[in-house]
Ligand binder design. Sequence first.
Ligand SMILES: NC(=O)c1ccc[n+]([C@@H]2O[C@H](COP(=O)([O-])OP(=O)(O)OC[C@H]3O[C@@H](n4cnc5c(N)ncnc54)[C@H](O)[C@@H]3O)[C@@H](O)[C@H]2O)c1
Length: 314
Amino acid sequence: MTRVTITGGTGNVAQYLIEEMKGKYDLVLFDRVPPGQNRFQYDINHPVVVGELLNVEDCERAVRGSDAIIHLGAIPYPTELPRPNPLPPNAGPNLPYDETMKVNTMGTYYLFEAARRQKVKVVVTSVSNCVLGHFEAWRPSGTFFPIDYLPLDENHRKDVEDTYGLSKQFQEEIGHMYARAYGLKAYGIRPSGVQRPERMKEYAENYKDPDRWMSALNGYADIRDLVRAFRMCMEAGLRGDLPPYDDYYINNADTWSLEDSKAMVERMRPDLAHLAKDLVGRQSLISAKKAEKAFGWTAEHSWTEFLPVGAKRG
Ligand SMILES: NC(=O)c1ccc[n+]([C@@H]2O[C@H](COP(=O)([O-])OP(=O)(O)OC[C@H]3O[C@@H](n4cnc5c(N)ncnc54)[C@H](O)[C@@H]3O)[C@@H](O)[C@H]2O)c1
């Protein structure tokens, strides 16, 4: 059976990725937090390597014998800025200011180096749509992210002001370098904010039209759809159906709002109205068409599944 190492293997997204992959792949999980001590509790029936991404020997132990890696391990917010509220329970209130930059860049470098040494064929990295720099809370300048066209796609310019977005750019570049130099294949998946079913249910049951521009561009990635994207991208890479390296936005086809996207942009960002005229219905403001074309991924879910019966549906 094809062997796959999942880094960040006791974390949030890993819970759903393990469900998606189990039975089809021989899984090895790698995380610095042992099972049962991370922020979501779930049963783990696969070998776990407890270790540090910042240690190349730990990375080698975790990837030895694997054909592919799905790299989820990271600090998922910028530690130099005020912490998210509420703080993810495993975030560690006292992480030093440079933890995000260190773990996400150097940790990814050591992981790719271990992959090269152990002759891993494909590495799929969970990057983020934060490579754009579009999340208002993480723009210390207080300016809006500059939008050139809608929907955004992989050709749109980036404008980051935080180490999370910057480190996610570096993660992609590290993969590209290893692919060019050493022939392993490297793909970046750029999810929008990841949503678990229980969170979407809570949101749907308390839904109100947003009253201000949501700088994450009102997008989201259903965790069930996202983990399919990791698997499908990895499988296409292993089959040789993709270029040696590439990066793909993954988000659901609709927005986090029930209002039509054109009307939403006109209401909250009239300065962008001229860019919104061709948006159709509740169309997402970031396109996932490239992933669809490359490895056949489309979203199968929407948070509107969780609207109470009789509520307006998109
Ligand atoms: N959750 C989101 O909304 C979102 C959105 C876009 C991208 N992403 C990315 O997806 C990936 C998974 O996110 P998640 O929500 O599961 O986050 P998470 O924090 O639940 O999981 C990340 C895991 O990485 C582990 N880790 C951190 N530093 C490590 C180190 N130095 N050595 C070994 N393990 C380490 C943590 O213990 C944790 O279990 C991350 O790369 C994140 O940046 C998440």
